[in-house]
Design a protein around this ligand. Structure first.
Ligand SMILES: *Cc1c(COP(=O)(O)O)cnc(C)c1O
Length: 233
């Protein structure tokens, strides 16, 4: 019998493919980031055995505990780790050590800190800029009015590479409610590219709304619950 995890992985891939085909896109353009916050190293290793390679964590401390343990148990397997949560400046040095991509750059100060840490080891740190598209105060991210100034600025940092944009729409039961936010992010992405910024990635869509995000152009979907089940914590 197939385990829940294997069944969930297979369902999520099917749903990604169907959404891509509905939108006339190639499903291979879309990267599945398995969000493993609160998920144990044992279950993450199961997911690796099932073929997943890209993982997202939202807390530096949790990642510092889990990632080295997983790497030790999976020698020879190339994994990609993405920091998807809010990053405090004083944790930038750990984030640069642990993560291939940081999705949550939302200020010059944070960009400077990440760049400084990357420079120490000669790493070119891949990042995304998190854009705040809803007025809700609790959400992190830079306001769209400030995006281009931040893009100009980060283009001067040689050890920081901005690959694209990320957003988190306000929570809603109805996935269609996310569509205007995803569309707006894609419009900003296209505008940035007409200005010459060469962005490639759009990180948008979670368990509740990833199909809508794919229809609107997502290249990275960040999915936790639909793979690993409801989080207890
Ligand atoms: C937790 C989290 C996700 C995944 O959420 P699910 O609804 O469980 O798929 C995606 N993005 C971010 C930034 C998160 O913190």
């Amino acid at each position: 019998m197939m385990s829940d995890l294997l069944r969930n992985i297979s369902n999520v891939f099917k749903r990604i493919s169907h959404a891509a085909m509905r939108a006339g896109r190639n499903p291979e353009e879309i990267k599945l980031i398995a969000v493993t916050k609160t998920v144990s190293p044992e279950r993450i290793i199961e997911a690796i055995e099932a073929g997943l390679r890209i993982f997202g964590e939202n807390r530096v401390q949790e990642a510092r505990e889990k990632i080295p343990e997983i790497l030790k148990k999976c020698p020879g397997i190339t994994l990609s780790w993405h920091m998807i949560g809010t990053l405090q400046k004083n944790k930038a040095k750990y984030a640069v050590k642990l993560f291939d991509v940081i999705h949550s750059v939302d200020s010059k100060e944070l960009a400077i800190e990440i760049h400084k840490e990357a420079e120490k080891t000669g790493k070119i740190q891949d990042t995304l800029i998190e854009v705040k598209l809803s007025p809700e105060e609790s959400k992190h991210g830079i306001r769209p009015e400030e995006l281009f100034e931040l893009l100009e600025f980060t283009s001067t940092l040689k050890n920081l590479h901005v690959m694209g944009l990320m957003t988190i729409p306000p929570y809603s039961e109805n996935p269609e409610d996310s569509r205007p936010y995803f569309r707006r992010l894609r419009e900003l992405f296209e505008l940035a590219n007409t200005k010459g910024f060469q962005l490639k990635e759009l990180s948008m869509g979670m368990s509740g709304d990833f199909e809508i995000a794919i229809e609107e152009g997502a290249t990275m979907v960040r999915i936790g619950t639909a793979l690993f089940g409801e989080r207890i914590k």
